[in-house]
Design a protein around this ligand. Sequence first.
Ligand code: RNT
Ligand code: ZN
Length: 496
Amino acid sequence: MGLVGRTHALPMVMYRSASTFSTLGAGSWKTPKIITGYRFAGRKRFFGIAARGSPVRNSGVPRSRSSRSDGSPKDRRNPTLRPAAAERAARDRYAAVGVDVDAALRTLAGIRVSMHCWQGDDVAGFEHGTRELGAGLAVTGNHPGRARTVAELRSDLEKALSLIPGRHRVNLHAMYGEFGRRPVDRDQIETKHFQGWIEWAREQGLGLDFNPTCFSHPLADDGFTLAHPDPAVRAFWIEHCRRARTIGAAMGSALGTPCVTNVWIPDGFKDTPADRQTPRERLVESLDAVFREPFSAEHLRDALEPKLFGIGAESCTVASHEFCLGYAVARQKLLCLDAGHFHPTESIADKISSTLLWVPELLLHVSRGVRWDSDHVVTLNDDLLAIAHEVVANGALPRVHLGLDYFDASINRIAAWVIGSRNLIKALLVALLEPPGIRAAEWAGDRTARLALQEEARSLPWGVIWDGYCRSKEVPVGENWLIEVQRHEQQVLARR
Ligand code: RNT
Ligand code: ZN
């Protein structure tokens, strides 16, 4: 994509950082060197305005959400080279192709992305005792600074959110409750265990979304939960999911914004099953029991998430795409489409307009599949742009809940959140800035013009508009957020 206005020394900076990494073995990782290299690069040429002082001071980095801008002339954050002139030129360019930039930015500012809490601690949660993740999920890497407590996770989330433009949501799993001294099993969870999260979300101006946790538990160890052959095991998970919905509804009611509560069931077979039908029938029954209690749509939206396969469930996943789509259509639930849960050449972008004809709303788990893994950090690739395009171009924003879902412990976890979230918002911006001539060409039957305009649109100066958007939302412009993450890593994460 056209990264207009980004011609400074980032490649060199990244190269220096990368080489610093590569000369250090695992376990000898050292932040200060990287910070030094980065600062050096910054002072030399990072901003092209080195005389204005230390790049950290001029980094465009807010100290905290509450103290982002003092509005004074001394507020030197977010400096760029003649941003107003660059933005005017970019806006002119968009106006020439019929795009109303202000309208696009207004829409963008209203989109709330649901940031998944589990990137912050490698899907560990805060229950008593540590367990294998299981359920075909795997987190690789051991970057220092994993959040080990609720307080650490909240503070990491705050840090990440302070670097992402707009007001958003946080997506919790049931395993992230505050359970006190005594163990609370999954069939015993209550709203009170999430009261702290609700209060925190209210203070931060965030919405909350929720998920029952049907994995990392002794009763999930044999690979079956809601579809388990043993009725007692099924009953346990039904109770867990019911309680999760009650908690979700309480979150939605307390925060005044519906809580999307997503049920993902890992149940499946490593080897060829003799009977694929009976577990699926059991699952229908279990889900019907889970969803029996009605809640107001003002407070709760139920979603169901299918998956193609997981590690250890390679031959058959009970809650497959067809199963979940059928269930969601029949019971009018939200379908959750996770970008990493399909065949590698299959994109969820194409499923959005098809499924929205049949289900009330969608939840997207924006993720990135790479070979066996469905959960790499989201990058600004064609898949992501296609997803954003489909949501925006079809006018589906009011019916699509946008969540992120990945976990990477091989890089700074806060950076992982920031990269993925900013990328999703960037992709939405690109989609909102799409020149109307593309669609007009298609409707006129002019395939040549459609392709020509689509390709020209790739290099329109959306990067300048994005920078202006970040500035207007008082978050760092361009890669300036990375300096803040590095400083935080040195001062906070490295001491954990
Ligand atoms: C797993 C699903 C599910 C999980 C989270 C932790 O493949 O994508 O959404 O990632 O619930
Ligand atoms: Zn998912």
